[in-house]
Design a protein. Structure first.
Length: 393
C-alpha cells in the first residue's frame, strides 16, 4: 500500500477514534511523568466535540474528567442536535409514507450515523440494528456491523465489539468481498492487540499490511507501527526479516518513522545496548496509547527476555561482564534481571556467580515430549481402568 493519502478509501471516521485517544490522554495521571501538553490535548478534544455537536459525549467527558460544564456550549449543541434529529425523523416519516423500502432504510441509517457522530451510543446502536434488519445486501450489512464495531471501540465497550466482530466473521463466510475481508482483519487485529492476543494480532496485521484501507480506524503509518511492535514480540527472526526488515510496504513507512526503524534494526542486528535505549523510548510511546497502555509493562518485559534469549542462544556460556557491556547496563543489574527471569522460567540458563559466568541450559525438547507423552498416557490408562470397573459393576 503506497504511503500517499488514500483516506478516501476508508469508511467514514464516525465515531472518530482520534477523539477517544485524546480523551484517554487526559485520563492519565498528571504526576505520571507523561510528555503530554494537557492544554493542547484538551483544546483538540473540545474542538472535535464542538465541530460534531457531540452534546451527549461532552456531558460524559465532563463527568469523567471532572470538567466544569460550559452551559452555553452544551445548550447550543443540544439545540443543533434536536434540529437535525427532527429533520431526520421527518425524512424517515416521509420515506415510510411516500417512498420505497430502500429509501426508508437509508433514512434510518442516516439517523443512526448522526447519533453515532454525536456520541449517543445506545440510540445509535438501536438505529443501526433497525437499519441492519431492513438491509438486503451483504455488503450493506457488513458496513453497518463495522459501524457498530467502531462504536464499541470508541466507547471501550468490549461486549459490543466482540459480538459484532463475530457477526462480521459469519457474514464474511457467506461471501464477503475482498475489501471487507481485509478490513475485518484490521478490526479484529486491533481488538486482539488490545486484549494481549499478540500472536493473533500479528497474524492478522501481516496479512493486511499490503492491502490496508481501514483509515477510519487509524493512519497507515500507525498501523505499520502496531504491526512492527507485535511482530517483533511474536515472530521468529527469519519471518521478521521477511515481513518487516525486508518487507517493502513496512520499510516504505519506516523510512519516515526513525524511532520504529531504529528499534527494529537494533534488535535484528543484535545491537543490544542501542536496543535497550530505544526500548525505553518505545515504552514512552506505548504508555500513551489507549490500546497498548495496559500491556506496556508486559511488552517491555517480554522484549527484554527476547533480547537476552537471542544473545544466549548463540553461546554455551558468557561472562556477566560481557552481557552487561552488550546491553549497556551494570553487572549488578544484569545479574538481578537474569536471576528474576530464570526463576520465572523465561530464560534457560544458570548463573555461576563465583566464576562470573552465565551458562545456557537448553531444554531437551525430545525428552520433554517423551515425558509429556508418558504423563498423559498414564492419566489416560487410569481413566480407562476406572471406566472398566464401572462397566463391570
Amino acid at each position: 500500500m503506497p504511503v500517499e493519502n488514500l483516506e478516501e478509501e476508508g469508511l467514514p471516521k464516525n465515531p472518530s477514534l482520534a477523539l477517544a485517544q485524546l480523551k484517554f490522554l487526559l485520563t492519565l495521571p498528571k504526576d505520571g511523568g507523561y510528555t503530554i501538553d494537557i492544554d493542547a490535548v484538551r483544546k483538540q478534544l473540545l474542538d472535535g466535540i464542538r465541530e460534531k455537536d457531540m452534546a451527549p459525549y461532552y456531558e460524559e467527558v465532563c463527568a469523567e474528567l471532572k470538567w466544569d460544564v460550559d452551559a452555553t456550549l452544551l445548550a447550543t449543541m443540544k439545540k443543533n442536535n434536536e434540529t437535525k434529529l427532527k429533520e431526520l425523523d421527518d425524512a424517515i416519516e416521509d420515506a415510510e409514507q411516500n417512498l420505497g423500502e430502500l429509501d426508508v432504510r437509508d433514512t434510518i441509517l442516516a439517523k443512526a450515523e448522526y447519533l453515532a457522530s454525536m456520541g449517543e451510543k445506545e440510540r445509535a446502536i438501536t438505529g443501526f440494528r433497525l437499519a441492519y434488519e431492513r438491509s438486503a445486501t451483504l455488503g450493506t450489512r457488513l458496513d453497518i456491523v463495522f459501524y457498530m464495531i467502531r462504536i464499541g471501540m470508541f466507547f471501550g465497550d468490549a461486549d459490543i465489539t466482540v459480538r459484532n466482530i463475530d457477526k462480521a466473521k459469519s457474514l464474511i463466510e457467506e461471501g464477503g468481498d475482498w475489501d471487507r475481508r481485509n478490513r475485518l482483519k484490521v478490526y479484529e487485529g486491533i481488538y486482539a492487540m488490545s486484549t494481549r492476543s499478540f500472536n493473533r494480532a500479528t497474524e492478522l496485521f501481516l496479512e493486511a499490511v499490503a492491502t490496508f484501507t481501514s483509515y477510519e480506524l487509524m493512519s497507515y503509518q500507525q498501523f505499520v507501527r502496531y504491526t512492527v511492535m507485535c511482530a517483533m514480540l511474536t515472530v521468529e527472526r527469519p519471518k521478521l526479516k521477511e515481513k518487516c526488515v525486508q518487507g517493502a510496504e513496512v520499510q516504505e513507512v519506516l523510512h519516515s518513522d526513525p524511532l520504529m526503524r531504529s528499534y527494529l534494526t537494533a534488535l535484528y542486528k543484535c545491537q543490544y545496548d542501542e536496543f535497550f535505549k530505544l526500548l525505553a523510548e518505545v515504552e514512552s510511546v506505548m504508555v500513551q496509547d489507549r490500546w497498548l497502555h495496559a500491556h506496556c509493562s508486559y511488552i517491555t518485559r517480554e522484549m527484554r527476555v527476547l533480547a537476552y534469549n537471542q544473545l544466549l542462544q548463540s553461546y554455551h556460556s558468557l561472562t556477566l561482564d560481557y552481557m552487561a557491556n552488550s546491553f549497556g547496563v551494570s553487572v549488578d543489574f544484569i545479574d538481578q534481571e537474569l536471576a528474576r527471569f530464570i526463576a520465572a522460567g523465561k530464560l534457560h540458563c544458570k548463573i555461576d556467580k563465583v566464576s562470573g559466568l552465565v551458562e545456557t541450559t537448553r531444554p531437551d525438547k525430545r525428552n520433554y515430549q517423551y515425558q509429556s507423552v508418558i504423563k498423559h498416557g498414564d492419566a489416560l490408562l487410569q481413566r480407562v481402568q476406572k471406566l472398566s470397573r464401572i462397566i463391570d459393576i
